[in-house]
Design a protein around this ligand. Sequence first.
Ligand code: VAH
Length: 315
Amino acid sequence: RVLVTGSLGQIGTELVSTLRMKYGAENVLASDIKFPTEKAKFDVEGPFKYVNTNNIEQIKEAVVNFRANKVIHLSSILSATGEQNPDLAMEVNSHGAENCFKVCNYYGASLLIPSSIAAFGPETPRHNTPDLCIQRPLTMYGISKVYIELLGNWYNQKKGLDFRSLRLPGIISWKALPGGGTTDYAIDIYYQALKKGHYTNCFLKKDTRMPMMYMDDCIRGIIELLEAKNENLKQRTYNLGAIDFTPEEIYESIKKVMPKFKIDYKPDFRQSIADTWPTSIDSSCAKKDWGWEHDYDLDKMTDVMLMNLKKKLFV
Ligand code: VAH
């Protein structure tokens, strides 16, 4: 039985629905600090509980009363929002995770917390970045992700906690809007292409290459790690790579289908964040230890994004 925190976020809404289809809705407790609405809800209904992960008692009550033996902790303030509100990012990302570690360790539940390419920084080798390398991130979000990775390793080595983590690239999807990330331009661009035929304010420079992934690959990767045999896992945190592209390349991918599409580049503070992240990551360890393979390339993602957004926006 699985408890998902931050379940009404971009990843959570789709992960909860997929988990409910796989394990039965009654076995997946969704939680968040807001309630489902028309704008953010689940495709598969099921149990929901208000849980603020900054309050350890609320996590404890959810784990005990739902008899959760797995916790997937998604609550997080993302990179761009976190730089605008570092105190909140520290509180939610670090303190919230500490609470999850304490509760899961005490009650013997396994814990999966996604990490991010944001856990790397300017001193990290930027191309085809390996799992094990220097991590000195320059965002509060990235710092909290390194802290989570290190806490997870400690709880696993010293307390035997089954902790698992994936360094996710930018996740592209059409169902729920993203929440304040530096990679969000790669979602905005599809909306603007359909709404205006012109992306007037791409907030990154056209040659800013970053690791990215379509949501279906992300959800499958999280569930494959969740279900991997513990004895096959040689490490607690894995890079989960798929594709990488620049704003110019995703623009060209859309232009293949919408030849009149235009773009203007207006870099903002998020450029300085993107410049500290890898351009691509190496996920050969995930492939070796639990068979990871991505499915969506850029053009396949563009087709599925435009097809579904047309229905979402205009039907
Ligand atoms: C962000 N989308 O931009 C998130 C993600 C790799 C980036 O962690 O903050």
